[in-house]
Design a protein. Structure first.
Ligand SMILES: NC(=O)c1ccc[n+]([C@@H]2O[C@H](COP(=O)([O-])OP(=O)(O)OC[C@H]3O[C@@H](n4cnc5c(N)ncnc54)[C@H](OP(=O)(O)O)[C@@H]3O)[C@@H](O)[C@H]2O)c1
Length: 218
């Protein structure tokens, strides 16, 4: 697959590396051409760097690895408003969460993913990869692979994102259409808030495998 990675930070580095290892062709773009080139060199495996306005050209998927505050700017620079992402799969791992309190910051009740879809007309946006820390993708457990809950409207785009999840060492799980993405994004806020209170967010969810889980879901 041909993958464009927008951003040169932690998520771009670890998932870019995973996809190179899986044999995909990865190209990186960032606001600093030097940092994009340096990341491409570090990824190896024929990874290259391109200008932001070229990131979607001929790609099967674009991974949007920038902070929420930068999304509007970065998509504008990539020509998304003018339709450069039309027909492309845009994988969105963005957490629009105030990590200090665990509150989702998207105004008006929508989601970051839905806002990204507005900013990139015609793109097939898939919310994915936002819940696990970047470091997990350096060495995901093969015996207990992370389940990546995803939302999206286009079945083909969900399939493409599913391949990216599997090739990073995870298991894809489709929650529903993009209209469910706010729910998925709130889970990041839920996890951040519990973590801040000293609790393990995973332990605050009912298990579906044992008796306790059955009781919890009845
Ligand atoms: N890190 C995690 O554990 C994790 C986990 C799940 C989801 N996420 C989400 O994944 C996304 C990327 O996270 P990250 O940890 O990879 O971030 P990061 O390491 O801080 O890297 C952010 C990237 O965005 C660029 N950027 C920042 N502000 C910009 C602006 N105003 N205009 C253009 N580019 C800008 C940075 O460029 P410069 O290098 O030039 O500053 C850098 O390339 C975020 O939305 C985050 O919420 C992160």
């Amino acid at each position: 697959m041909k993958i464009g990675v927008l951003g040169t930070g932690s998520m771009a580095r670890v998932l870019g590396a995973a996809w190179v290892r899986a044999g995909h062709e990865v190209n990186v773009a960032g606001r600093s051409p030097d940092r994009a080139r340096a990341l491409a060199d570090r990824l190896g495996g024929g990874a290259g760097s391109v200008a932001p306005e070229e990131i979607s050209e001929g790609r099967d998927a674009v991974f949007l690895a920038v902070p929420w505050e930068a999304v509007e700017d970065v998509l504008a620079r990539a020509g998304a408003g003018a339709g450069s992402m039309r027909g492309r799969v845009v994988v969105d791992p963005v957490n629009a969460v105030d990590h200090g309190v665990g509150v989702v910051q998207v105004d008006g009740g929508g989601s970051a993913a839905q806002r990204i879809a507005e900013l990139a007309p015609g793109a097939h946006v898939v919310k994915a990869f936002h819940l696990f820390p970047a470091a997990l993708w350096e060495r995901p457990s093969p015996s207990a692979p992370p389940v990546v809950a995803m939302c999206g409207d286009d079945p083909g785009a969900l399939d493409t994102a599913g391949v990216l999840v599997r090739d990073a060492g995870g298991v894809p799980a489709v929650l529903g259409p993009l209209s469910r993405s706010r729910q998925l994004e709130e889970v990041a806020g839920f996890a951040a808030a519990l973590h801040l209170s000293g609790a393990d967010p995973a332990a605050a969810l009912p298990s579906t495998s044992g008796a306790a889980g059955k009781a919890g879901t009845s």
